[in-house]
Ligand binder design. Structure first.
Ligand code: PLP
Length: 391
């Protein structure tokens, strides 16, 4: 008798959406309220203040009822005009998609390439800016945590490169998969627009996205000529002053966001970041023990959010993921773009503890065996040893 059902709770170990904790699900479960009624303004104000602490900013954070892609578009169309030049860093698939979007919007993009095995190349950024004496480059765009490769770029260094070149370009940063998992400082790092989303470190379902906006970006928006309506910051920020939104917000996701911020602040952001670092290190130890390569080759750029694992030549990462899903009821991230079928991604982000990590790594190790991928058994044990020695 063949069963279609695999017992046990599904392990959603893609690098976002991450598993939504029950406390957040219960918050979202509350009755939808009148978003123009008297109670909503209180909720709105409270959530808008809490989310500023997560971005480490005193500037406005605009919340869109959209996935991260929408907030990408908002960052571009609020600050730039057709034909403007933007320096973009091709760290992987998501940086590539953002660049494609910019092109479709009529922005001219200059690319700083990488081999997809590290974060943004700060030296190259510095050189390009130094060479741009006419200040034709209007913005530098970087993906903070490149979800396709597991590389985290060093945003403070990018800021320093812009400042050292005395270049007036805006700094636009995508931390869709970094926020609330890796340290992020919108104000201190002088980021002009930070883009993020709800479904990763914030532990929410997909459906909310964010732009944290600097005063310099607000000023740029006054002269920016790209067409915008839904994404326009101005009516949002005006309505947000009293806790309201110019169009219907995703009310129930805002209940969830309020609870998510409480959970993060109760744990303490520094503890949240340390937990992600520790799980990432344990995961890399497992991968190395199996005899496989971590996609990111620069230890300074290792992502605390996810680990992208390269399969030995001649073995299919997609077949491995299919085996693991079928046998162990666990979803792993696929290889994106040039990494399709060459690599898979283990998400270790969000509401995630040692036992979830050990379940995940055990599932991968059993999957390697079941799919006949050559490996040295004991990677999960290596992770366990690390976790036990670094409680
Ligand atoms: N940027 C990064 C770094 C991402 O990880 C993602 C999604 O995974 C996106 C952008 C696109 O966001 P969304 O799929 O929510 O539109």
């Amino acid at each position: 008798f063949e069963s279609k059902r695999v017992a046990g709770r599904h392990f959603l170990q893609i690098p976002g959406p991450s598993t939504v904790p029950d406390r957040i699900l219960r918050a979202i479960d509350n009755p939808t309220m009148d978003h123009r009624g008297p109670d909503f303004g209180l909720l709105g104000k409270q959530v808008l203040a809490k989310i500023q602490t997560i971005f480490k900013t005193a500037q406005p954070v605009v919340i869109f009822p959209a996935s991260g892609t929408g907030a990408w578009e908002a960052a571009l169309c609020n600050t730039l005009s057709p034909g403007d030049r933007v320096l973009m860093c091709e760290t992987g698939w998501f940086a590539h998609l953002w660049q494609e979007m910019a092109g479709r919007l009529g922005i001219v993009t200059d690319l700083v390439k990488t081999d997809w095995r590290r974060g943004a190349d700060v030296e190259q950024i510095a050189e390009r800016l130094a060479a741009d004496r006419a200040h034709a480059i209007k913005a530098v765009a970087v993906v903070h945590n490149e979800t396709s490769t597991g590389a985290t770029s060093r945003i403070a260094e990018v800021r320093r490169a812009i400042d050292d070149a005395k270049h007036p370009a805006l700094l636009l940063v995508d931390t869709i998969s970094g926020l609330a998992s890796v340290d992020y400082r919108h104000d201190e790092w002088g980021v002009d627009v930070t883009v993020s989303g709800s479904q990763k470190g914030l532990m929410l379902p997909p459906g909310l996205s964010f732009n944290a906006v600097s005063q310099k970006a607000l000023k740029a928006s006054e002269g920016a000529k790209l067409p915008r309506s839904f994404w326009d910051w101005k009516p949002m920020i005006a309505a947000n002053a009293t806790g309201y939104f110019p169009y219907t917000p995703a009310t129930n996701l805002l209940y969830g966001l309020d609870t998510a911020c409480d959970m993060l602040l109760e744990e303490g952001l520094d503890n949240v970041f340390a937990r992600h670092e520790r799980h990432a290190e344990a995961t890399r130890r497992a991968v190395r023990h199996w005899g496989m390569e971590v996609q990111c080759q620069d230890p300074r750029h290792y992502s605390p959010v996810l680990t992208c694992v390269r399969l030995p030549e001649g073995h299919s990462a997609n077949a491995l993921r299919a085996t693991i899903l079928e046998r162990f009821n666990m979803s792993l991230g696929n290889g994106l773009g040039q990494l399709n079928d060459r690599a898979f991604r283990i998400g270790h982000l969000g509401d995630f503890g040692d036992l979830q990590l050990m379940g995940t790594l055990s599932g991968v190790e059993m999957g390697l065996r079941a799919a006949g991928v050559p490996h040295s058994p004991g990677g999960a044990q290596a992770a366990l040893d690390y976790l036990s020695g670094n409680a």
